[in-house]
Design a binder for this molecule. Structure first.
Ligand SMILES: Cc1cc2nc3c(=O)[nH]c(=O)nc-3n(C[C@H](O)[C@H](O)[C@H](O)COP(=O)(O)OP(=O)(O)OC[C@H]3O[C@@H](n4cnc5c(N)ncnc54)[C@H](O)[C@@H]3O)c2cc1C
Length: 405
């Protein structure tokens, strides 16, 4: 079997893996990405980018490229099925906190080609598709990776490996790292339509509470304006995947979400159904192997924290790894990566996404009214609105991570 030596290997050409590779390549570090699939994947996944993420991607030129095709969302709504609009949050109040006081909507599968194209401009970066990682072991000096390939498997060795291979990460499993947490009993369904919800008073992003079936609404750019409206909803365990994936089910959900204001069926463009977890890896580092993105943590999509926090991992990790490789910094700096990113994931991403879910599905009428009163109070003056939005836009989570030493 052929054995090839590499400096850094990134497992997974998802957004987090490609970004890690791009940052390392920009720092002059030879990097190899291996991806199991034959090409970049396309599916309905993350699509909201928060201000700190846009700031981090700015120096790479990625933010500009995203803004050319994304939808800027400066106002988003907290709604309720029965009560209608509760609060419209104006992110303009963050103008002194960030250069980007808005959310940017862009499909995840339209970010990865941007990253991939930029990566291709570095001669010391390479991406191998149809190269699944099969096994990984490490010694004090190097990591060995057995990789599926045609006509025969190959053995790569590397000084450093970044596992960016998603929630089912083989890298994490090969390192015997526990993925602590739980899986929610209900599945989530994502569906999109060309039917325009703006005339019904919806902002481009809205979270609607309902004790029976909450809804998260997003207008996504798709291939051209005016884009698509996407809805994410929880699905009762009594309904089969087959039934969820029918246009009839999607239309029933749309009609319910619009509370009787929509009579006709609407065209359904995409549908998917998936399981949701709240899990964080016990370790983000095992000697020469580091985890980033979904391989290190997964959460429900309420608040749009999953991919954003993966991007924050990628930036934090590659900054530190570049110091180790280029400046001979002590490798303990990589433990700082774990301390920073694991703790903010537990404190912010897990806690806020779980809390967002609990609030949207709250059944007790008094608790629901208390929540509406709280949201209105937070929006009633500039200071409290800013405080609320600093959390929901992840600015506080980044500042908190930077304070950890
Ligand atoms: C079905 C689904 C729906 C989601 N919806 C939302 C949403 O609505 N909102 C939201 O904020 N977040 C959502 N997420 C989460 C979000 O998509 C992730 O946070 C994001 O994809 C993380 O990026 P990543 O690069 O870490 O992992 P991924 O995007 O999963 O990329 C991992 C890559 O590794 C590759 N890979 C896997 N195993 C191997 C191997 N053995 N060898 C080589 N390559 C391998 C995969 O093919 C893939 O390309 C969703 C996730 C899923 C799974």
């Amino acid at each position: 079997m052929k054995q090839i030596n590499k400096n850094v290997i990134v497992v997974g050409a998802g957004p987090v893996g490609l970004l890690c590779a791009l940052q390392l390549a920009k720092n002059g570090i030879p990097v190899t990405v291996i991806e199991a699939e034959p090409e970049l994947t396309i599916d309905l996944r993350a699509g909201t980018f928060h201000p700190p993420t846009l700031e981090m991607l700015d120096p790479l030129g990625v933010t500009n490229a995203m803004m050319e095709i994304g939808i800027q969302v400066p106002r988003w709504q907290s709604r309720d099925l029965e009560e209608g609009l509760i609060v419209e949050w104006d992110m303009g109040v963050l103008a002194n906190d960030t250069k980007y006081p808005f959310r940017l909507h862009l499909e995840q599968h339209r970010l990865t080609p941007i990253l991939f194209k930029m990566l291709q401009s570095y001669p010391h970066a390479e991406v191998f598709f149809s190269h699944p990682l099969l096994e990984l072991t490490q010694t004090d000096d190097e990591v060995s990776l057995l990789i599926g390939s045609q006509p025969e498997n190959v053995l790569f060795t590397a000084n450093w490996v970044i596992g960016a291979d998603g929630g089912k990460s083989i890298v994490r499993k090969a390192c015997d790292i526990e993925f602590e947490g739980y899986t929610w009993p209900e599945r989530y369904s994502v569906m999109s339509t060309t039917f325009d919800l703006a005339p019904f008073g919806y902002a481009d992003n809205a979270y609607m509470s309902d004790p029976v079936q909450w809804v998260a609404f997003f207008r996504m750019p798709d291939v051209a304006p005016p884009g698509l409206w996407r809805m994410t909803v929880p699905v009762d365990s009594s309904i089969s995947d087959e039934e969820v994936l029918t246009p009839q089910y999607a239309n029933q959900v749309f009609k319910r979400a619009l509370n009787g204001k929509l009579q006709q069926d609407v065209p359904i463009v995409h549908q998917s159904v998936y399981r949701v977890h709240q899990r964080v890896a016990k370790q983000f580092r095992k000697h020469r192997v580091l985890l980033a993105g979904d391989s290190a943590h997964v959460n429900n999509p309420l608040g749009g924290f999953g991919l954003n926090s993966g991007i924050h991992d990628a930036m934090s990790l590659t900054e530190k790894l570049a110091k180790v490789i280029n400046e001979d910094a002590n490798t303990e700096i990589l433990d700082l990566y774990e301390r920073q990113r694991k703790s903010v994931n537990l404190q912010y991403v897990q806690e806020f996404s779980i809390n967002n879910k609990k609030q949207l599905e709250e059944k007790d009428p008094k608790n629901r009214q208390d929540r509406f009163a709280y949201l209105r109070k937070m929006n009633s003056n500039q200071d409290s609105r800013r405080e609320y939005l600093l959390n929901s836009s992840m600015i506080n989570s980044i500042q908190s991570a930077n304070r950890i030493t």
